[in-house]
Design a protein around this ligand. Structure first.
Ligand SMILES: Cc1cc2nc3c(=O)[nH]c(=O)nc-3n(C[C@H](O)[C@H](O)[C@H](O)COP(=O)(O)O)c2cc1C
Length: 444
């Protein structure tokens, strides 16, 4: 069994770790001091060599992303820290900013230095009241101690950090919607190209990085790329915060090497399933990632491992569902979330994400038809890869995989017919109309 490691989570249980004195006492800001003695190129090289991959969902290598930024700035460069954390099941970034905000500030300063930026933004999820207050207080402390400001540590490097509070829209976690929102506009994703490194916030070169990604950087600078690579797997080095929720005895965050088998995370670290019940399915990386069946529990939890079972690492947010779970209801609930959160810019996503919960609600209410399952799969196929941003895929995958991996459950519900009460309208979804009364129409 892999030991729990305390790198990013080393201050999680420490009283008052959100204050600068405790943070410094525990080795905080040492990575920053070391980074400022290196050249920008050296910092990028160490992070590249470490193999660190972004923890916001896509797993893109951080050092490589930084190296896309122009080497000779003609316009201001910006770093945006993505603290929007909206993917259902994910709660790691909130924990970091609430309990260890200085670790994020330290990571941001190093990240900004690496991309030649003098101004960084933190886009904080609107609902994170405590996190926002802790981060604001920490920023003031860091300013007062000279970690944020001009001529850092006598190096001539300047940095300022601005906190920006979102209004609670999942789509604003998508990097280009985030930038639009930051500019005061509606959070509509931008078509790419141009990519943020060429045209980002206010049309200037920008890098967007996740909270956990940036918090990992000071440790890599302090201990080196080889140290980081000594943990995890070749293609996904290091540790990550696995957030385990659902039917487990000890839900919570577990910092473990990437590649730790899913079974070990659930049974050894999260204490197994209450009442010794069997597992029905596991969502491995946040609600948009394809569900795994109980036969896939030995999958190594890293980017390659999850690909072998046609799923994704996502945010490392594991949602465990035991044998009592109603997969039809789960699928309908997830579908309602994505319908509610679709920005509506692209027709396939706007329309498809609306039709899916309507059909699922009809099935759940016992009024489904067998053809509905293929109809749902066809709607998914018409959403995937046909939208400006990956939201269309994120909304379609859970439906497609829940049906294909648990088709018997859906068929059984349809066969059983009525007999179950209509779950009723969910506020804000379908405008309160009864789904079973809405005719389903699709053009050929
Ligand atoms: C619909 C959608 C929502 C997203 N939400 C988040 C989020 O809340 N936090 C986050 O860090 N990345 C989120 N992402 C990924 C970002 O677009 C981006 O890839 C990430 O912030 C880059 O950081 P990283 O390279 O450190 O992973 C989202 C992507 C999509 C398509």
């Amino acid at each position: 069994m892999a030991e729990q490691i305390r790198i990013i989570s080393k201050n999680f249980e420490v009283p008052n770790a959100e204050t600068i004195d405790v943070f410094i006492e525990r080795g905080g800001y040492e990575g920053l001091k070391k980074a400022l003695r290196l050249t920008v190129e050296e910092v990028v090289e160490v992070v590249k060599a470490s193999g660190l991959r972004g923890r916001g969902g896509a797993g893109f290598p951080t050092g490589v992303k930084w190296s896309f930024m122009p080497k000779e700035p003609k316009k201001p460069h910006y770093l945006c820290c993505n603290a929007d954390e909206g993917e259902p099941g994910t709660f790691k970034d909130r924990k970091i900013i609430e309990t260890d905000p200085h670790s994020l500030i330290e990571g941001i300063i190093i990240g900004a230095y690496a991309i030649r930026s003098k101004l960084a933004f933190v886009y904080v999820r609107g609902e994170f009241g405590l996190g926002y207050r802790r981060l604001s207080a920490a920023l003031e402390e860091a300013r007062a101690r000279g970690f944020v400001g001009q001529n850092l540590d006598g190096t001539g490097h300047d940095i300022d950090i601005i906190l920006y509070r979102g209004a609670g829209a999942y789509i604003c976690g998508e990097e280009t919607a985030l930038m639009e929102s930051l500019e005061g506009k509606r959070g509509y994703p931008r078509p790419k190209p141009p990519f943020p490194a060429g045209y980002g916030v206010y049309g200037c070169p920008t890098t967007v990085n996740n909270v956990e990604t940036l918090c990992t950087v000071p440790h890599i600078i302090k201990h080196g790329a080889d140290w980081y690579r000594s943990m995890g797997t070749k293609a996904s080095p290091g540790t990550t915060l696995f957030g385990v929720s659902g039917h487990v005895n000890r839900p919570g965050l577990y910092e473990l090497p990437l590649g730790t088998p899913l079974r070990e995370i659930i049974y050894e670290h999260a204490g197994g399933v209450p009442g010794g019940r069997k597992i029905k399915g596991v969502i491995p990386g946040g609600s948009s990632t394809p569900i795994l069946t109980a036969e896939m529990l030995d999958t190594p939890m890293d980017h390659d491992g999850l690909r072998t079972v046609s799923s994704l690492f996502g945010t490392g947010a594991i949602i465990v569902m035991d044998e009592t779970t109603d997969i039809v209801a789960v699928t309908r609930r997830i579908a309602e979330f994505y319908h509610h959160e679709s920005c509506g810019q692209c027709t396939p996503c706007r329309e498809g994400s609306g039709w899916i919960p309507q059909i699922l609600r009809r099935i759940e209410a016992g009024q489904g038809r067998m053809e509905d399952l293929d109809l749902l799969l066809s709607i998914c196929a018409n959403m995937e890869g046909r939208t400006i941003c990956p939201f269309g895929d994120a909304a379609a995958w859970p439906i497609r995989y829940n049906i294909s991996r648990f088709r018997a459950d859906f068929e059984e519900r349809i066969r059983r017919g009525s007999g179950l009460p209509d779950p009723g309208p969910v506020p804000g979804v379908l405008g309160g109309r009864r789904a079973d009364l809405i005719p389903v129409q699709v053009s050929a």
